[in-house]
Design a protein. Structure first.
Length: 997
């Protein structure tokens, strides 16, 4: 991975856009980032980490303050990073979330975080992701290092330089896995564990199924569930017992079935004999009863024959009676109709001739008279319509005259409204010109309001920052005091530790061991620990406290510098004058601006009123023209209404003088026509019914003669309706069929030899029922016994098949389970070394060898790193531990026991060895760029020179290394620089220089 370019603006102490081309340093290979404390050297590295991971190492445990205090609301805060990975160029652009003033009104609003990821393709940048979450996902997928691992391998930030050196096995394994891509071994380990778990689950399930089969078999056989040791004997003995019980039950079932069949046959035969005996007795009784009815049966047969002969005459008789009745009713109805007509006033108009001749008038004459009256009535249709229209036409004439008057009034009102418009327009134009003059100053006054508001806010910010600065200075003083106390305590412990060094060495001496000081194997008076004995752990702990206090002091100084810069910027924005003066200026500007805005609204309202006035004038002129046309049209309508009314009156007067209206005359004609029509209908009904009665009498006479009856009275005496005739026929047939059937039964049963003794059916039925119950019980018992034996046999087959399968599965499970435990570093793995750790241990050994080539040189042969794969304390994961071997003492110890300068040398060597090994590994990430933030100040001159030589060797190997340092000899020795300086406004600038610049 190679960092190529970096650009940022509004980030940390940097306001203006800064651009850094790291490829300028490819030739030199080594450059120093220099500048005063607090100028923003580490911010360059912060920007790289923020671009990649949206994290800043210095703010891991605090709220990040990424946006520059020098930014105005309009200034952007962005970071752009270009880097190359596996031959592909990428570019990330990010902007963090931050609070900014609202565009309108007071208060602040939060600008959301933004991010984009681009890739270089076909000569241009192509976007891959446009949202922070999407960018993070792409970076995680392409960059095989997490943020923490990046800070241990490529960007060695302040306070985190020694993390890889002091990491435990788990932390170190996570980093090495990402660098060397050994996840497949972890995946293989997990796969084997998954297979072992699956096989164990399968075996456990099979064992549970075997137990369940035995339990079901015991329940089936109604015996106690066997233990695991009893199962083989249980299956054999229980199967034999169930088979024997099934055989006995089958024999009992056969015997009971034979007995039940015999009892059922005896009962059936007895029931048939008794049934025949009863039928014979009933047949004799029926024959005797029917023979006693012989005379009655003969009378019924004669009546049936006469009724059937009279049946054809029944219909003509009813029809003749009905026709005579209808004719009499029709003649009576005509007589009554004539009587009613004689009393009706309409008869005069309907029959002006002799009323006596009306009774003799036939239907045709009456129909002709009705038709003439209807024609005369139809001729009155036009006169009736004209008479009905008279009120409407009179009303229409009145409305037309009123409409003319109304339209003439509206025409006059519209003309008056038009004449009033010029005065109203003149007043509106005067108001509009006045509002325009005031509204013209609105924009200038708005700018003045924003300017004075910014001054008021700046005064408030100055007050807050002054109070904040006071607290920050107190915190800095407290951090300085704490650092001094921690340093003093550490120095005191170191002095005490040195004074007790002899006792420390003596504590590790055994009989015959050479003394590490003089080499003697004789120890006559080994030094003893004093009362103020100090352990290495206590010294290390005190040193860690010093480091923590130093970190706190650096942070406090940074916060104080940031607060100073922020306060200066706020004072510059506030300008001269007091906060009260600024507030008064804001109030005056706000009032003037509100007045101008009121004038703007007045101007817009008056302009709208003028436009509405013009529209109203156009509408009124159009209305005036329309009113003129309507008056002319309404006047024409009055003339037309007068003409229509006169014509209607003339037409409605054409009627006889004796009627007060045409409608009354028409009503009289309707009544006369209706009267004549009713008389015609009555005449027709009387004539037709009389003819029908005569025809029915002729038909009846013919039917009586054909049936052999002298007259209708004789036929009526014997005739029956259909229901009575059917009933009589059925009675005759019932008697005949009953006698024949009973005689047939007597003849049939008299031929059979029926026993004289009556059978005991109740006793035979009880015997048959008892035998059937016994048979059913035997069948049920035999079926149950056979089913139990078959079900038990099936369960035994399933048990035997599953048992054979489970045995082989259990053996396979044991093999895989042992393998899984070993791969996970558990017994029987005595070294407690996991598979991936075993693979990574070889990588770590290479890293240690590469690191020792640097460390041995830089420590003048005193220190070497050792790979420790021994079993760890309290079953901790083993395989990737590191220790430091001290050639002066011949002992190896924890890497945490090194001093600050020693820790820096070991960490630097390890980082360089790691980079060298990873680059050499096929499939690993190439570490072409390395950044180191501080640490060189803890080295003496000779060691610093050695470290510089080591960095030079790395440069010669093709890597680009950037270091941040305050050490003057180091800055002088490195010609390529990235210089950070302060501008006049307090913000920072960065400039790249090479040796010749």
């Amino acid at each position: 991975m190679k960092i190529q370019r970096l650009a940022f603006e509004g980030f940390g102490p940097y306001l203006a856009r800064q651009e850094i081309d790291f490829e300028l340093f490819d030739t030199e290979g080594l450059f120093v980032i220099s500048g005063k404390t607090g100028a923003g050297k580490s911010t360059v590295l912060d920007a790289i980490c923020f671009a990649l991971y949206e994290r800043v190492p210095r703010y891991d445990k605090a709220e990040p303050v990424l946006r520059s205090h020098f930014c105005t609301p309009e200034d952007p805060t962005t970071v752009t990073l270009e880097y190359e990975l596996h031959g592909t160029r990428y570019k990330i652009w990010r902007s963090p979330a931050y609070e900014r003033p609202k565009a309108r009104g007071t208060g602040t609003t939060t600008k959301k975080a933004e991010a984009e990821l681009h890739v270089w393709r076909d000569g241009g940048w192509e976007i891959l992701a446009g949202m922070p979450r999407e960018v993070a996902e792409h970076v995680a997928a392409t960059v095989p290092l997490s943020a923490d691992q990046f800070l241990q391998v490529i960007l060695l930030a302040q306070g985190r330089f020694a993390e890889f050196l002091k990491a435990d096995t788990g932390e170190r394994r996570a980093l090495l896995r990402s660098l060397f891509g050994t996840q497949r071994f972890d995946h293989f380990e997990a796969k084997i564990r998954e297979v072992a778990r699956a096989r164990s689950t399968a075996v456990e399930a099979a064992d549970a199924e075997l137990a369940a089969l035995a339990r079901r078999a015991a329940v089936l056989a109604t015996v106690d569930e066997p233990t695991l040791a009893q199962r083989d004997e249980f299956w054999d003995e229980t199967a034999s017992a169930l088979t024997a019980a099934a055989g006995e039950a089958a024999t009992t079932r056969a015997q009971a079935s034979v007995a039940a069949e015999a009892a059922a046959a005896a009962l059936t035969e007895a029931r048939a004999t008794e049934d025949a005996r009863g039928r014979l007795a009933r047949a004799h009784a029926t024959v005797a009863a029917l023979e006693a009815e012989a005379d009655a049966q003969s009378a019924r047969e004669d009546a049936l024959q006469a009724a059937r002969r009279a049946a054809p005459v029944r219909g003509p008789m009813r029809e003749a009676e009905r026709a005579a009745r209808v004719a009499a009713e029709a003649v009576g109805a005509r007589t009554r109709a004539l009587e009613v007509a004689q009393a009706d006033a309409a008869l005069t108009l309907a029959w002006p001739e002799d009323r006596g001749a009306l009774a003799d008038a036939d239907e045709a004459t009456l129909r002709d008279r009705a038709t003439g009256l209807a024609s005369e009535r139809a001729a009155l249709a036009g006169a009736l319509e004209a008479e009905r229209a008279l009120p409407r036409l009179d009303e229409e004439l009145t409305r037309a005259r009123e409409a003319v008057i109304s339209l003439q009034g509206a025409q006059a009102a519209t003309r008056q409204a038009l004449e009033a418009l010029p005065a109203e327009e003149s007043a509106l134009r005067e108001r509009h010109e006045a509002a325009m003059a005031t509204a013209a100053r609105a924009e200038d006054l708005a700018v003045e309001v924003e300017r004075t508001r910014a001054a008021v806010q700046a005064h408030a910010q100055v007050a807050a920052l002054e109070k904040e600065l006071e607290g920050v200075r107190e915190a800095e003083a407290e951090a300085l005091r704490a650092h001094a106390e921690a340093t003093e305590a550490h120095n005191a412990l170191v002095q005490r530790r040195l004074r007790s060094q002899a006792a420390h060495l003596a504590a590790d001496l055994g009989d015959g061991d050479p003394c590490p000081v003089c080499g003697s194997t004789s120890h006559p008076a080994p030094a003893q620990p004093s009362d103020d004995h100090v352990t290495d752990e206590a010294v290390d702990a005190a040193f860690e406290v010093v480091g923590a206090r130093q970190t706190g002091l650096d942070a406090a100084r940074t916060r104080r510098g940031d607060a100073d810069l922020a306060l200066g910027a706020a004072r510059e924005k506030a300008g001269a004058g007091s906060a009260e003066e600024a507030q008064r200026a804001l109030d005056a500007a706000t009032a003037a601006h509100e007045g101008a805005l009121t004038a703007v609204r007045e101007r817009d309202r008056v302009a709208a009123d003028l436009a509405a006035l013009a529209t109203r004038e156009s509408r009124l002129r159009a209305d005036l023209d329309a009113h003129g046309a309507k008056v002319e049209s309404a006047t024409a309508s009055v003339g037309a209404a007068e003409k229509a009314l006169g014509s209607a009156r003339e037409l409605a007067s054409a009627r006889p003088a004796s009627y007060e209206s045409t409608a009354a005359f028409a009503t009289a004609l309707d009544a006369a026509a209706a009267l004549v029509t009713r008389l015609a209908a009555a005449a027709r009904a009387s004539e037709e019914s009389t003819r029908a009665a005569e025809q029915a009498g002729v038909s009846l006479t013919e039917a009586l003669a054909e049936a052999g009856f002298p007259d209708a009275e004789a036929a009526s005496a014997v005739v029956l309706d259909a229901a009575a005739l059917d009933a009589l026929a059925a009675e005759v047939e019932r008697h005949r069929a009953g006698l024949a059937g009973a005689q047939a039964v007597v003849a049939e049963l008299s031929e059979r030899d029926l026993p004289d003794e009556v059978a005991d059916l109740d006793a035979l039925s009880s015997e048959a029922e008892a035998a059937a119950i016994a048979r059913d019980g035997a069948i049920e018992a035999a079926t149950a016994a056979s089913g139990r034996a078959a079900a038990f046999a099936q369960l035994r087959r399933e048990h035997d098949e599953l048992g054979a399968t489970t045995a082989s599965a259990r053996a396979a499970r044991d093999v895989v389970l042992t393998l899984a435990e070993s791969l996970e570093g558990k017994p029987p793995n005595e070294r407690r070394l996991r598979l991936e750790s075993f693979v990574l241990a070889s990588k770590l050994e290479r890293i240690v060898r590469a690191a020792n080539t640097r460390l041995t040189t830089m420590s003048s042969g005193q220190y070497r790193l050792e790979h420790d794969d021994s079993t760890q304390y309290r079953n901790k994961e083993a395989g990737l531990a590191l220790r430091i071997a001290d050639a002066h003492t011949g002992q190896s110890r924890s890497t945490r026991s090194l001093s600050g300068g020693e820790t820096f040398l070991a960490s630097l060597s390890l980082a360089l060895g790691l980079a060298e090994t990873v680059t050499a590994e096929a499939g690993g990430i190439e570490l072409a760029t390395l950044f180191i933030d501080e640490g060189f100040g803890s080295l003496d001159g000779d060691t610093l020179e050695t470290a510089m030589s080591t960095l030079g060797e790395l440069r010669d190997a093709g890597r680009t290394i950037g270091v941040i340092s305050h050490v003057e000899p180091m800055k002088d020795a490195i010609p390529a620089k990235l210089e950070v300086t302060k501008a006049a406004d307090g913000s920072s600038r960065v400039r790249a220089t090479l040796g010749d610049d």
